[in-house]
Design a protein around this ligand. Structure first.
Ligand code: ZN
Ligand code: ZN
Length: 194
């Protein structure tokens, strides 16, 4: 993490947003705006393709861990500069370890998080596409992964953005904000966002 530190309060954090495959520019800009509201300066990078090696043909999904491992070697992403964390955004459906699917994953050793839009889309559940609802869900999952990156665990408050969401219904139940308790945990770590 690259911070400007003043009297123990973190003022600015930088983050790279990397589209993996095609992501609407409007969605990238929305994510940037929402993160900048949290005092996180974002730079949207050129898109990169998803590594084919991460594809599981039986599951028809990509292994999120393999995606992150593979992309750490891609020069466009330049993970070598680990002081600036990277948020990968993808339309592809992801899984991880023993889980059927994941909305997102964060790997602190790579300063990297990934969020998949695939199962945040209403049409995945045979509902009518709804841009506003999709955007709300994306923002919540991005902020959730950011919270993990900043050292927060899952929160038992179902309204808190750090509550665990095993389904999209749980995503809809929570808000995009950190609860007072999670904010307090961050403040004790010297992080003052949201
Ligand atoms: Zn989580
Ligand atoms: Zn919380």
């Amino acid at each position: 993490m690259r911070f400007l530190i003043f009297e123990n309060i973190i003022l600015i954090m930088f983050l790279r947003v990397v589209p993996v495959g095609e992501i609407y520019e409007g969605i990238l800009n929305l994510v940037k705006d929402e993160l900048e509201n949290l005092n996180i300066k974002c730079r949207i990078m050129p898109k990169i393709p998803i590594p084919k090696e991460a594809y599981n043909q039986w599951r028809k999904q990509y292994n999120a861990e393999v995606v992150m491992n593979m992309l750490s070697n891609v020069s466009e992403v330049k993970f070598i500069d680990k002081s600036i964390p990277t948020l990968l955004l993808t339309d592809f459906d992801l899984y991880y370890s023993g889980l059927n699917f994941i909305f997102g994953l964060e790997d602190p050793t790579k300063s990297c998080a990934i969020v998949s839009l695939a199962r945040l889309k209403p049409e995945f559940y045979d509902e009518r596409p709804a841009r506003g609802l999709l955007e709300e869900r994306i923002v919540k999952e991005v902020i959730h992964e950011l919270g993990h990156y900043l050292g927060l665990d899952h929160c038992s408050n179902s309204k808190c953005v750090m509550s665990f969401s095993p389904s999209v219904f749980d995503v809809d139940k929570k808000q995009k904000e950190f609860c007072e308790n999670c904010k307090l945990i961050m403040i004790t770590k010297g992080i003052n966002i949201g």
